[in-house]
Ligand binder design. Structure first.
Ligand code: HDE
Length: 692
């Protein structure tokens, strides 16, 4: 790669990239190997010899290839990119990477699910991790967030209990990648502080369409600090440029089988295609003197600051533009840590954050096998590193000279950066602390239901329906009636209607409603208000067979591709089909290798012969039926409507009466293909029609 085009991190990584594989095979010691296919043996059919050092080395290395997976967030995918501020934030923070508009800082981001092991499916109902490592000139800053702005618990000391409860059950390691089981709901029903987060987990936020279409949140209240030591509370928000979009539950479950790598593949492929995912970073700023202006505690990670109360101020953008070259070396070995902060960013006394500041370093020590993991290429800062840490497993550095401080023999180096601080020197925020040593939870942390209700009240009707269905699904998988009842009882403090609907699905009596349930709403929480614009990178399937009207396909494709969509022609076999006019129409995918759940929209061109073939093909019929059921836009031309009939779509949809408002577009010949394609595109921009 052209060094001029490489950012500081990429240039650094270049030094660690192994030479191209055009060379002769060698051992670890660089000795050339003549044959790696046959072990050294005594006689043609004789026993293998111990002296075959190449064989032993090869197998031994292989035997040790695995490292422990992350105890949570084991399944993930990552990419490199950059962050650049829109304007200087030096009024609030002395962080160098936020000091100047357009100053690019290299980043590595890892997205993840939480519950499942490394090999679990991407589209399970779960929280998604959204961890960003900024390789700033003043050292690494890690913003280790999630795609939901709150958490299940308030104090990190509950984390082992929580994770034990949500992970696979200890006796049989079931279920993989799911929270729908007894121990999780047992714990949550007894720990009502989880209720707000449960509302998010039961919402569509827990089944994102793509990593590219989910928000990210720092969750905790952090602190910006200026050069002169002034603090401001800050909450971080990532907002995807493509809008916030989710799957529907039935679809998510099918994808888990059809393409367990669905989110990982989407991230990889969009970067390879040059469609770089982008997020805007926003901050909610609260002056220190306003710390107690809220009816919740800023230090409580089960609470948001409603955006209507403190607006999110956009401060910069992040673009991911480079895939890793080796999953293990980069995505698996990357080590995030909430305590990796740079001058200008500091902590608060949020007890969840305080515990995390211990946990992340600790977990890397076991996961990455010792204290030198920050020397791994992906983890190295681009800032210079000088200290007296020495030795340990996997030490890569030859340190000449002294290894203590103070010293005179080493010229006094590495020296203190200066007790007076100064640019680029980290100084802890001088917060005044005074208190007794007590194991208590503050009274200001005791309201567990108001913001759960705020979330519920803010949802659109279809979002509420999905939440009810999710609770019914999850609790329906719980065998303990006692746990079900307790959980439904908790929901009555969120909303009586919600609790009654969930109870009904479980065959339980509705619990007595709580008369004091709050009615406030925050429109910023609904996905209906987070749609984004346009159809870039949306995937559209065109169902074809011999006799398809290839002219319509070309015209519609032209229109859709021009707006950035990806259009793929599917037929029963790979290769090509013969269009109605005898021309060849290339097939992009054989239908048996794909499914409607892997597309955002479906187009059925006309052509009597082709539609007859498709209407008799269960795969094609299912394609249309499923896409409709999952709320996806459909466009049909001419005889294509017959496929809608074969898929048993409602008659008014097939006849086109209420179709456009349902996101189904039938080109009956009066409108041009281009016009129908444009209307179809506008529908795709809305993503789904969940009120069908
Ligand atoms: Fe984590 N978390 N966490 N977490 N977390 C880990 O660190 C932990 C929490 C988050 O892609 C572990 O390297 C404690 C909140 C992400 O590599 C571990 C507590 C949020 C990732 C750990 C929390 C997160 C992790 C496991 C309760 C959102 C994946 C492996 C106080 C703000 C990072 C590892 C990656 C990973 C501990 C709660 C986000 C064990 C003790 C809240 C995105 O250290």
């Amino acid at each position: 790669m052209d060094p001029a085009a490489q950012d500081a991190k990429d240039q650094q990584l270049e030094r660690f990239r192994a030479a191209p594989a055009h060379n002769a095979l060698t051992t670890d010691q660089g000795v050339r190997v003549d044959d790696t296919d046959n072990a050294l043996r005594a006689g043609r059919r004789g026993p293998t010899l111990l002296e075959d050092f190449h064989n032993r080395e090869k197998i031994t290395h292989f035997d040790h290839e695995r490292i422990p997976e992350r105890v949570v967030h084991a399944r993930g995918a990552g990419a490199y990119g950059y962050f650049e501020p829109y304007q200087s934030l030096s009024e609030y923070t002395c962080a160098d990477f936020l000091a100047e508009a357009g100053r690019r800082t290299p980043v590595f981001v890892r997205f993840s699910t939480v519950q499942g092991p490394r090999g679990s499916a991407d589209t399970v109902r779960d929280v998604r991790g959204f961890a960003t490592k900024f390789y700033t000139r003043e050292g690494n800053y890690d913003l280790v967030g999630n795609n939901m702005p709150v958490f299940f618990i308030q104090d990190a000391i509950k984390f082992p209990d929580f994770v034990h409860a949500v992970k696979m059950e200890p006796h049989n390691e079931i279920p993989t990648g799911a929270s729908a089981h007894d121990t999780f709901w047992d714990f949550c029903s007894l720990q009502p502080e989880s209720t707000h987060m449960l509302m998010w987990l039961m919402s569509d936020r827990a089944i994102p369409r793509s990593y590219r279409t989910m928000q990210g949140f720092g969750v905790h209240t952090f602190r910006f600090v200026t050069a002169d030591g002034r603090g401001t509370f800050v909450k971080f928000h990532w907002k995807p440029k493509l809008g916030v979009h989710s799957l529907v539950w039935d679809e998510a479950q099918i994808i888990a089988g059809r393409d367990p790598d669905f989110n990982r593949r989407d991230l990889w492929e969009s970067i390879e295609a040059g469609e770089y995912p982008e997020w805007e970073l926003g901050v909610q700023l609260v002056p220190e003197e306003n710390e107690f202006d809220f009816d919740f505690d800023l230090l409580d990670a089960t609470k948001i600051i409603p955006e209507e109360q403190v607006p999110v101020r956009p401060i910069g953008r992040m673009v991911l533009n480079r895939n890793p070259q080796n999953f293990f070396a980069e995505t698996e070995q990357v080590a995030f840590h909430t305590a990796n902060v740079v001058p200008g960013i500091d902590f608060t006394n949020d007890p969840l954050l305080q515990g995390r500041n211990f946990s992340y370093l600790d977990t890397q020590l076991i996961r990455l096998g010792g204290p030198n993991f920050s020397q791994l290429p992906v983890n190295r800062p681009v800032a210079d590193v000088h200290h007296n840490h020495r030795d340990g497993f996997g030490q890569q550095v030859i340190h000449p000279g002294t290894n203590y401080f103070p010293n005179s023999l080493g010229g006094g180096c590495p020296a203190h950066a200066g007790s007076g601080g100064g640019p680029g020197v980290f100084r802890h925020y001088a917060e005044r602390v005074d208190g007794e040593k007590i194991r208590v939870r503050s009274e200001s942390f005791q309201d567990h239901y108001s913001q759960a209700a705020l979330f519920w009240n803010s949802m659109a009707d279809w979002e509420k329906r999905h939440i009810v269905e999710a609770f019914r699904f999850e609790l329906g998988k719980v065998m303990s009636v006692e746990v079900r009842e307790r959980m439904v009882g908790n929901l009555a403090h969120v909303n009586g209607g919600l609790a009654a609907l969930v109870a009904d699905g479980l065959g339980l009596p509705a619990p007595a409603p709580d008369a004091n349930v709050p009615t406030a709403a925050s429109p910023a929480l609904s996905q209906e208000n987070l749609m984004g614009e346009g159809i870039r990178t949306r995937k559209i399937a065109v169902l074809a067979a011999d006799g398809t009207d290839a002219g319509q396909v070309a015209a519609a494709r032209g229109r859709l591709v021009a707006q950035g969509a990806v259009v793929e022609v599917l037929a029963a076999r790979d290769g090509s089909v013969q269009g109605a006019g005898g021309e060849a129409l290339d097939v992009d995918r054989a239908m048996p290798t794909m499914a409607s759940v892997l597309y955002d929209a479906v187009l059925v061109p006309g052509g009597a012969q082709a539609v007859s073939v498709l209407a008799a093909d269960p795969a094609a019929v299912r394609f249309v039926e499923e896409a409709y059921r999952h709320g996806k836009p459909l466009a049909v031309f001419g005889e294509g409507t017959r496929l809608l009939t074969a898929a048993r779509l409602p008659e008014d949809v097939v006849l086109g009466e209420s179709a456009p408002s349902y996101g189904v577009f039938a080109g009956d010949g009066t409108a041009s293909v281009e016009d129908v394609a444009d209307a179809f595109a506008a529908a795709i921009a809305l993503h789904r029609f969940p009120r069908r």
